[in-house]
Design a protein around this ligand. Structure first.
Ligand code: ADP
Ligand code: MG
Length: 407
């Protein structure tokens, strides 16, 4: 029997459309002999829909078509079965049953542990990062603190809360003075270069922070890498085993692209004129790139080694893309960020190593199944210990003993 695979995508995120593209690319390449693909689309207003037509990009032009021709559902656990049940109506009609969920989502409210938390709370096996790794993978402040602790090469950085800035902005300017200008200011969790700006004096710093606090409660400020070359690598596996893809160099005619560049055509009139307008993160399959990147053997090995350490330090799982910044004058490398569920699932980075997309997807699903087995084996051993204690001591007395242990 085929494995019933629920591919979940969309959601309330600025990267909603990118996620639709990533998911459709993947659904086209998933091995149909082995898996029955069940598309599950989350609209921007958080409604879940399922139906075969969701595999076709054309339908997304008009949301009313989706509402008319697909089923509005909820996913829940019904006596150990994971079912998509029609929302509303008199009868609890099960539209589909699924065995494993495959989130292909980007950005806040979905990739950042929110969706994973829901999946884990109903107990369904799922592909990709677990809740903790997904949270940390979206929050640049957490991510940097963990990588810093692991001794990975990074630019100097600080982070703070919007409330501390609002209370005493001078204190924050003082904190940032630990760094050398120019610095780059980023909202910790938004992604896609939203609210990111570079500044080279205190006045511009204040302007940049004022903008960043519109997007996030946590703000990261870090030193700017000069003579910049950006390279990305994918890492596949879990905390036990990892392997690395080919490395790409991300190129761009403008050197830096803003969100408008990437998602709103040429973005004329909306583009920041600053010489430091910023490039976006998702590095989709269509982006301008050199693959493989032009790198010395030592540099390549260093990037592979740091990428694996970074992946393990976060305890993540699946297939993520890890982005690096290189100063071409000093030849120093700095780890920048992880994309836990990268645009296009970074298939092109594996393709360049002769691993086709179908095998990448198959491997990701297998890792998800292994993660699930590990997760439930841990939970079971905890349960049985409690029951053992109860059986030995017996009755209410035994119960007291258990309570004592749990306290
Ligand atoms: N420290 C830095 N030095 C130079 N450029 C940077 C630095 N940090 C980010 N950038 C530029 O800004 C882009 C977006 O920043 P990034 O941290 O990747 O955020 P996002 O999550 O929005 O992709 C990067 O791809 C890079 O071009
Ligand atoms: Mg990025």
């Amino acid at each position: 029997m085929k494995i019933r695979l629920g591919v979940i995508f969309g959601g309330e995120t600025v990267e909603h459309e990118v996620s639709i593209i990533s998911a459709i690319q993947a659904m086209n390449k998933i091995d149909q002999e082995k898996y029955e693909i069940i598309p599950i689309y989350i609209t921007k207003d958080r409604e879940w829909y399922t139906g075969d037509m969701l595999k076709d990009i054309e339908f997304y032009q008009d949301l009313s078509l989706i509402k008319r021709y697909t089923e509005n559902v909820v996913l829940y656990c019904d006596n150990g079965r994971y079912v998509l049940q029609k929302k509303g109506g008199l009868f609890k009609r099960v539209v589909k049953e699924i065995d494993i969920a495959f989130p292909i989502v980007h950005g806040t409210n979905v990739e950042d542990g929110v969706l994973q938390g829901y999946l884990q709370s109903i107990g369904i096996p799922f592909v990709g990062p677990n809740v903790y790794a997904a949270v940390v993978g979206q929050d640049k402040a957490f991510m940097k603190d963990i990588w810093n602790e692991a001794g990975l090469p990074m630019t100097k950085y600080v982070w703070f809360y919007d409330s501390d800035y609002k209370r005493d902005s001078e204190e924050i300017v003082k904190l940032v003075s630990k760094l050398k200008y120019p610095v780059i200011v980023k909202p910790a969790t938004t992604g896609s270069s939203v609210g990111i700006n570079v500044c080279d004096n205190d006045e511009k710093l204040i302007e940049a922070i004022d903008e960043a606090v519109q997007y996030d409660q946590k703000i990261v400020v870090e030193e700017l890498v000069q003579n910049l070359k950006e390279v990305n690598i994918a890492v596949m596996g879990n905390y036990e085993h990892q392997k690395v893809s080919e490395i790409e160099e991300v190129l761009s005619a403008n050197k830096f692209l803003t969100f408008a560049d990437k998602y709103i055509g040429n973005g004329k009139g909306k583009l920041k004129t600053s010489k430091y307008a910023v490039k976006t993160s998702k590095g989709m399959a269509s982006a301008n790139r050199k693959l493989p990147a032009d790198l010395s053997k030592e540099m390549r090995e260093k990037i592979e080694e740091v990428a694996i350490k970074a992946f393990k330090a976060l305890g993540t799982s699946g297939n993520s893309r890890i982005d690096f910044l290189i100063d071409e004058n000093s030849n120093k490398i700095y780890i920048n960020e992880i994309n836990s569920i990268p645009g296009s699932l970074a298939f092109y980075l594996w393709d360049a190593k002769d691993v086709d997309f179908t095998s990448v997807l198959d491997e990701m699903i297998n890792i998800g199944i292994k993660d699930y087995k590990k997760r439930i084996s841990k939970t079971h051993s905890f349960d049985s210990n409690i029951l053992q204690g109860f059986a030995i001591n017996g009755g209410i007395k035994g119960m007291k003993g258990v309570k004592g242990k749990l306290r």
